[in-house]
Write a protein that binds this ligand. Structure first.
Ligand code: ZN
Length: 139
């Protein structure tokens, strides 16, 4: 069994910047030389998330709106009182979507559905510099 880890860094434009990272992940898998196993993608940070969906403009808006119904912009968050922060909703959305994702790899390919892309969700209220930890495990 081999383990290959890579840290990817990039800038985001702030809230609801949803970035298709599928090509980046496929590139890391190729570079790893691992053809059968799994890849784990983890975002260290409590106001961003990773998930999969069909990456098209309609769904990007639908997902942003669905998350805004769960954690609206215009309600009170205890987090703001505690830290003088303005991103209570970002923390709530990130906790619900989750910080990591694991996908099986077979014969060098991700076993994703045809319309299933890997997407990084920036949920914070301001642009951020982000790191993603990508771990490929297998043989
Ligand atoms: Zn905060």
């Amino acid at each position: 069994m081999m383990i290959y880890r890579k840290v990817v860094e990039f800038e985001t434009r702030g809230e609801n910047d949803f970035i298709n990272i599928t090509d980046t992940i496929e590139g890391i898998i190729r570079e790893s030389g691992i053809t059968n196993g799994i890849v784990n993608i983890f975002v260290p940070g409590s106001t961003a998330a990773v998930t999969t969906f069909e990456y098209e403009p309609g769904l990007k808006t639908d997902i942003a709106q669905a998350l805004a119904r769960i954690a609206p912009d215009d309600i009170e968050y205890e987090h703001h009182k505690r830290w003088g922060d303005d991103n209570g909703r970002s923390h709530v959305k990130a906790a619900i979507v989750g910080p990591s994702l694991t996908i099986p790899i077979e014969n060098g390919r991700l076993l994703c559905g045809t319309w299933q892309q890997i997407v990084f969700l920036e949920l914070d209220t301001r642009p951020r510099r982000r790191r993603l930890i990508v771990t490929v495990m297998g043989e």
